[in-house]
Ligand binder design. Structure first.
Ligand SMILES: *Cc1c(COP(=O)(O)O)cnc(C)c1O
Length: 466
């Protein structure tokens, strides 16, 4: 399996090259040169497998010769052994048509664990084979940091420093990061806001000698390996609901478009996904694009579903590449224009191709709370605010009778206790593995927002020559 850049200027490479590179040198994103496709008989043969085995059999199409199958299987088994549900991604029926696909039974209670738990192991495996180490640095406003820490903790070839804004994350979010005491994990709080954290990380990457010395790497949501590792759960849900002999529709609360992209990739592999519903909060650029070809970025506004407070969805470029018939020159010029002007008119044929499969839906905070109440009233289901957006989006699109609707339930409700309390009047309990989160000892450093001190902290933590 070879991968090409959406902008056509980077040399094609194999899975390991794509895993370690993240972004392509030309600024584009890597995509499989051709989609691996499974026949209906192939899909049927995957029914009823344990999740780790299903993941192994689907991931091997993307990994190619880079990882021996036995190693891949061991990594998948390890990655999902830490989930606290035997099904890993259980389906919960909400009404006659709708099913929640619960993606939050991993260590940090959000769907990012499904990809990152595997990708952390794939990173470690590739680095060990090459005899290399890396230092991952990342800014976080709360959610991504804990998933990255859990994915990288105790990995032999990786050190990780996560930088959060002092006093500006929720207490659950902070504790999920700062109570991990692995020797290769460090937490740093900066006296500043999230932008200050992001600027510090950018400045370290732009400091070429420092970057090389520390072997800096990022946990990018644009890494193809993350998308690939999200395909198996769509397969698990669709197969359980009758695919390949019965189509399904999916509704996904979307931020960077990675999760929707994985569902799209599953469809390209031959899984009959009939419709993609893209949910957003008041940051509704994708909804405006799908409704009226209005792809124009506005200012990001905070909402009850903070993981979707995004205007420029980095993975949208992958869909655009597909919509433009995989023409890298057209994709490059569209994206350059978008970066420069904050808007892009997508050619009419490409926009129509998008609307043939994708439907957008946006919901404000009040509507989100109302949907959380409705779900609880009608089926006793306690949804987090992101999942509620996905569920409302699914309801807004009635679809065809007999086609089941899968709503991606992207976070555990206990991760957003304030929103759940506002909707239902009580907050859900944390699951057993996190029940003592508030008693655990926290460790993190606090530094002023000054680059020299931050770099010294990272240097002190990186075991680059170990
Ligand atoms: C990251 C996240 C999202 C957005 O996912 P994308 O792949 O960026 O679209 C939605 N919900 C939750 C809870 C998340 O953590």
């Amino acid at each position: 399996m070879r991968y090409i850049s959406t902008r056509g200027q980077a040399a094609p490479r194999d899975f390991e090259g794509v895993l370690l590179a993240g972004l392509a040198e030309d600024g584009g994103l890597f995509m499989p040169e051709t989609w691996p496709t499974l026949t209906a008989a192939d899909w049927r043969a995957l029914r009823g497998l344990p999740y780790a085995e299903l993941a192994t059999r689907l991931m091997r199409h993307f990994v190619g010769d880079c990882v021996a199958e036995a190693d891949l299987r061991r990594m998948c088994v390890d990655a999902y052994a830490g989930f606290n549900h035997a099904a890993v991604v259980p389906l919960v029926q909400l009404d006659e048509r709708t099913h929640a696909l619960e993606l939050f039974h991993g260590p940090t209670l959000a769907f990012k664990d499904l990809a990152l738990q595997l990708v952390g192991r794939l990173f470690d495996h590739a680095l060990a084979r090459r005899g290399e180490r890396i230092t991952i640095i990342g800014p976080t406003s709360g959610d991504t940091g804990s998933a990255a820490i859990e994915a990288c903790r105790d990995r032999a070839a990786i050190d990780i420093v996560i930088i959060h804004p002092l006093g500006r994350t929720s207490e659950v979010q902070r504790r999920q990061m700062t109570t991990v005491h692995s020797p290769n994990v460090a937490n740093l709080a900066i006296e500043g806001d999230f932008d200050a954290c992001q600027d510090a990380v950018k400045a370290m990457f732009n400091n070429a000698p420092f970057r090389t010395e520390m072997k800096l790497a990022a946990v990018n949501s644009i890494n193809w390996a993350r998308i690939a590792a999200q395909i198996p759960y769509y397969a698990a849900a669709a197969l359980a609901l009758g695919a390949p002999d019965r189509p399904v529709a999916v509704s996904v609360p979307s931020g960077n478009f990675g999760n929707v992209m994985a569902a799209y990739a599953a469809m390209r592999m031959g899984l009959p996904i009939d419709r993609f519903i893209v949910g957003s909060n008041r940051n509704d650029i994708l909804t405006r694009f799908l409704a009226a070809n209005d792809m124009s970025a506005r200012r990001v506004e905070p909402s009850l579903s903070p993981s979707m407070d995004i205007q420029v969805s980095s993975n949208f470029e992958r869909l655009l590449f597909e919509l433009l018939g995989r023409d890298p020159v057209a994709c490059e010029s569209q994206m350059t224009r978008f970066r420069a002007e904050g808007r892009m008119p997508v050619p009419d044929a490409a926009w129509r191709a998008a609307t043939a499969r994708f439907t957008g839906f946006a919901l404000g905070d009040e509507g989100t709370l109302e949907e959380m109440r409705r779900l609880h009233r009608e089926s006793g289901y306690v949804a987090d605010p992101h999942t509620a957006v996905g569920s409302a989006a699914a309801r807004a699109h009635p679809g065809e009778r007999g086609i089941p609707m899968v709503v991606a339930a992207t976070a555990h409700p206990a991760k957003f206790p304030d929103a759940v309390r506002a909707a239902l009047g009580h907050a859900p309990a944390l699951p057993p593995h996190l029940a003592d989160l508030f008693e655990r000892e926290e460790r993190y450093a606090v530094l002023p927002n000054e680059l020299a001190g931050i770099e010294a902290f990272v240097r002190g933590h990186a075991r680059r020559n170990a």
